[in-house]
Design a protein around this ligand. Sequence first.
Ligand SMILES: *[C@@H]1O[C@H](CO)[C@@H](O)[C@H](O)[C@H]1NC(C)=O
Ligand SMILES: *[C@@H]1O[C@H](CO)[C@@H](O)[C@H](O)[C@H]1NC(C)=O
Ligand SMILES: *[C@@H]1O[C@H](CO)[C@@H](O)[C@H](O)[C@H]1NC(C)=O
Ligand SMILES: CC(=O)N[C@H]1CO[C@H](CO)[C@@H](O)[C@@H]1O
Length: 389
Amino acid sequence: MSKMGTLGRSGIIRKPNESMRLIITTFVGVVFGFLVGVSFPTISLTKLNFPSSLLPSIDLSYIEDKNSGRPSETFLPRSWPSPKFNRSSSSQGQNLNETSKIWVPTNPRGAERLPPGIVASESDLYLRRLWGKPSEDLTIRQKYLVTFTVGYEQKNNIDAAVKKFSENFTILLFHYDGRTSEWDEFEWSKRAIHVSARKQTKWWYAKRFLHPDIVAPYDYIFIWDEDLGVEHFDAEEYIKLVRKHGLEISQPGLEPNNRLTWQMTKRRGDQEVHKFVEIMAPVFSRDAWRCVWHMIQNDLVHGWGLDFALRRCVEPAHEKIGVVDAQWIVHQTVPSLGNQGETQNGKAPWQGVRERCRKEWTMFQGRVANAEKAYYKEIGTDPPNSTTW
Ligand SMILES: *[C@@H]1O[C@H](CO)[C@@H](O)[C@H](O)[C@H]1NC(C)=O
Ligand SMILES: *[C@@H]1O[C@H](CO)[C@@H](O)[C@H](O)[C@H]1NC(C)=O
Ligand SMILES: *[C@@H]1O[C@H](CO)[C@@H](O)[C@H](O)[C@H]1NC(C)=O
Ligand SMILES: CC(=O)N[C@H]1CO[C@H](CO)[C@@H](O)[C@@H]1O
C-alpha cells in the first residue's frame, strides 16, 4: 500500500534528489501492478483504483462457512461493468447506464449503493480479539446491557452493583469525572466498556452511545444511576419477572417494601406515575428503547419530563410500564453529578443544575405539545381532547 501511495504522489517532484527514488518506486509499483493485473485478469483496472481491486480478488479465495454452499461467483456483483472488454477508457465508468448500478432504496439511508447482503446495519458492544477466527471471538453473547453513569468516588457502590449482574450482562460505564483507569482495581473492569466524557448526564451518554442499532442484540437495557443500593436486587430474577409480565419499560421498586410479592400498579393514578418521576433505574426492552432513544432531545440533557412521555412509546402503557416491587433497590442520596455544575452569579453549583432541570422540563413539554399540534394540523384533524400531561 505504501508503495502505491508513493506512486500516486509521484507526479509532484519537489526535490531533485528524490527523483531517483521516485523513479525506482514507480517502476516497482508498475511492475507490481502489472503482475497483479496478469494474475487477476477478470478484475477491472479501469474503473477501480488499484488497492480496492486487489481486495475482492483476494476475498474470492476465502469463502466463509455460511456461504460454503454457494458458488464463489456470487461474490462478484453482477451489475458491474463487464470489464474484460472495456479496459481502455477510464471515464467509461461514469457513462454507465444508471440502471446497471446498484441502488437499493430499502437499504439504510446513505447505503443504497450497496448490495443488501453486505449491509451490516446493526452492531453490538461485544469485545473481540485481535487474532484467531472472528467466528470464535465470542464465548458468550450477552443478552442484556447495564450502564452506570459513574464518578470514581462511587466505586464501592458500583462494585457492589455490578456484582449483582451475571456474565449475561454487558457492563458499560459512562464516566463523568474522567477517571477510568483507576477502575482496573476491580476484576470486572477489564471486561467492562468504559466511556469517558466529562460532566455529562446519563441521557447525554445514552443518546450518544446507545443508538438502537448498536444495542440491538440486547433484550433489555438498564440505564442506571450510580447511587443505588442493590442489596435486595437480583438482576436475573428481575428479568424473569419483567418477561413474565411483559413489561417494556420498568424499574425496580425504589423503597424497601415488606410485601415481597410482585405487584404491578395496574390502575396508576397521577400519584403513581409521579413515583416513576426520577427514572433513576429504568429498564427498557429493545423495542421500547428504540422509541425512547428517538424521544431524547440532544440539548435537554437532564431528561426531565421524559418519564411522563415514556407512555407514548408503549401501547397499552398501563400494562407495559411498571414497577417491579419484588426486586427493589434503595436510593442512596449522595452528592454526585448534581454537584458538578459551576458557580454562576453567586449561586451554588447544584442550584444552577436544578434550575436547568426545571427549565428543560418546561421546554420538553412545550416541544412535545407543539410537535403534536403540528402533526394533527398537517394531517388535517383536530387533536384528541385528552390532555397529554
Ligand atoms: C439506460 O437504459 C435505459 C433503458 O434500459 C434507457 O431508457 C436510458 O436512456 C439509458 N440511459 C443512458 C444514459 O444510456
Ligand atoms: C445466563 O443465561 C443463560 C441462558 O439464558 C442461563 O442459562 C444462565 O443461568 C444465566 N446465568 C446466570 C448466572 O443466571
Ligand atoms: C372536545 O372538546 C370540544 C370542546 O371543548 C367538544 O365540543 C368535543 O365534543 C370534544 N371532543 C371529544 C371527542 O370529546
Ligand atoms: C461489453 C461492453 O460493456 N462493451 C461496451 C464498451 O464501451 C462501449 C462504449 O464505451 C459500449 O458501447 C460497449 O457496449
